[in-house]
Design a protein around this ligand. Structure first.
Ligand SMILES: Cc1cc2nc3c(=O)[nH]c(=O)nc-3n(C[C@H](O)[C@H](O)[C@H](O)COP(=O)(O)OP(=O)(O)OC[C@H]3O[C@@H](n4cnc5c(N)ncnc54)[C@H](O)[C@@H]3O)c2cc1C
Length: 464
């Protein structure tokens, strides 16, 4: 008789936990996934309210040909529900001197763009001739920040007007806080291999490319919104996935682990050979206090940026900006209170009722964490003023919804890699981690983290 109820218990039904569980099940292993919320998907959530289809977490997906998620989209049939962002998806704006200016989307636009001065553009081109970084001993290359790397290679203007707003929009952070090696490993790899990012990009442009499908050419979502992704994956799990069940303790046994599970105010115990902790680093560290205290230190050292996501519906005629793009990024230099705005109803169809538009505003982040937790009325007033000034909105929105995420985006700060090494080396055999704090924060990278964990489990021989 087996010494455990199931082979692997996955704690957390975000995209990383789901990926791990479906991959194990697909390879014939017994697995159970438990999620403490009443639905699967973690921060991925789509709501249909007041005629609007809103995303309270991620809005879109971007895939590379090598990403394992691609195969699962085919397997679940979700590829048939994909909606590619139209032309609008390629056009982004930044705020410069209070005005919305399109970011260059081609070489020609790069030459003519008013975002950078003539000298700023020349400095970008000079990148091809800047020698690679040679840190003076005893400096550790791991400590180089995104800001230091970009300024060193492309100059201060490029950092200020292109990279700073991008880092704010994607990581809710600042380039001064993040580690270049961990946040943009492709850039440091190009510098290492080609001596320059521009030369590396050029070589890759003309080098052999993996075959591309429509889903790797454009950002996309699904007809029913991003929430279709966890729904589709959970269909592969059936009753092997459960919600409203919180893991509250883990102890080691001679054959694996005994996990305490709180469900319907009762505590249940499950025996498994492997446990995968797929919560965020803060949540998972709480479960390691007893069983592996050495991993707790490096896990709690990972900062998380809090975010408030404010969905606003307006009548089209009450917004001056044409909203003909993906959205608007806000450089720190502009000293605004928000991180950025997505023009959600321009990006994907059926996001707002006829004649209305949907905007998604992000606030908080590492530069202004308190704003994410401001009282609703204060937040609404501040955001209302910001969109009025920036986009020319008139009057109050017809629709409004606020979502707050306390641990929204993990920050890959200098030393991140050694933190990950320290925590994973401390784990006892059979205990694994998965999630957005390990190998990239995007939905697709978090999915890959779950797949990689499943592959490590598959590499261990089955029971018996
Ligand atoms: C506002 C926002 C916008 C974003 N936009 C994008 C975007 O447009 N594109 C993109 O690619 N990425 C985006 N991201 C990033 C991406 O969505 C996340 O990094 C990724 O979805 C995280 O997945 P995860 O599985 O690691 O963690 P989570 O989604 O946090 O899931 C962890 C799950 O574990 C559960 N859990 C934790 N502890 C326990 C326990 N003890 N018992 C049971 N369950 C437990 C939690 O309840 C949670 O459901 C965005 C993120 C946010 C917050």
């Amino acid at each position: 008789m087996a010494a455990f109820d199931i082979e692997t218990l996955v704690v957390g039904g975000g995209i990383a936990g789901l990926a791990c569980a479906v991959h194990l099940k697909g390879h014939g292993r017994t697995v159970r996934l438990v999620e403490r919320n009443d639905q699967l998907g973690g921060v991925i959530r789509t709501l249909d309210e007041g005629g609007y289809r809103i995303e309270t977490g991620p809005n879109s997906l971007f895939l590379r040909p090598e990403d394992p998620l691609l195969e699962y989209l085919h397997q679940t049939g979700l590829d048939q529900e994909a909606v590619l962002a139209g032309k609008a998806g390629k056009r982004r704006f930044i705020l410069k001197d209070g005005k919305s200016v399109p970011l260059p989307g081609s070489i020609l636009e790069g030459i003519t763009t008013p975002v950078l001065s003539f000298m700023g553009k020349m400095r970008v081109l000079r990148e091809a001739f800047i020698p690679p970084y040679e840190p003076n001993p005893p400096d550790d290359p791991e400590i180089e920040t995104v800001a230091h790397f970009v300024e060193r290679r492309f100059g201060p203007e490029f950092l200020e007007w292109m990279i700073d707003p991008f880092v704010k929009g994607v990581y809710a952070s600042t380039p001064e806080t993040l580690s270049i090696e961990d946040t943009f490993p492709r850039l440091t790899a190009m510098e290492d291999r080609y001596g320059s990012v521009l030369r590396g990009a050029l070589a890759m442009q003309f080098g052999p490319k993996p075959p591309r499908s429509p889903l790797t050419r454009s950002i996309f979502s699904f007809k029913g919104g991003m929430g279709r992704l966890p729904e589709g994956l959970s269909e592969l799990l059936g009753t092997d996935a459960g919600t409203n069940a919180e893991v509250v303790g883990i102890t080691q046994t001679p054959t694996g682990f005994r996990t305490a599970l709180l469900f319907d105010e009762e505590t249940y115990y499950l025996h498994s050979r492997h446990v995968v902790l797929a919560g965020n680093a803060i949540q998972s560290s709480e479960l390691l206090q007893e069983i592996c205290p050495e991993a707790v230190g490096p896990m709690t050292e990972i900062p998380y940026a809090p975010i408030a996501v404010i969905s606003l519906g307006f009548s089209r005629k009450n917004v001056e900006h044409p909203l003909d793009g993906f959205g608007l990024l806000v450089p720190s230099r502009e000293k605004r209170k928000i991180l950025g705005i997505l023009f959600s109803s321009s990006l994907f169809p059926d996001r707002a009722p006829e004649g209305q538009v949907l905007l998604t505003v992000f606030a908080g982040g590492m530069s202004n964490p308190k704003l994410a937790f401001a009282f609703d009325e204060d937040l609404i007033e501040i955001i209302g003023r910001e969109v009025e000034t920036i986009l020319g909105t008139k009057g109050k929105p017809d629709f409004l919804r606020i979502q707050r995420w306390e641990g929204a985006i993990p920050q890959y700060t200098p030393g991140h890699r050694s933190r990950i090494e320290r925590m994973t080396q401390a784990l006892p055999n059979g205990l694994y981690l998965a999630g957005s704090y390990l190998s990239g924060v995007s939905v697709s990278q978090s999915f890959t983290s779950g797949i990689e964990t499943a592959r490590r489990i598959l590499a261990s021989p089955p029971e018996g």
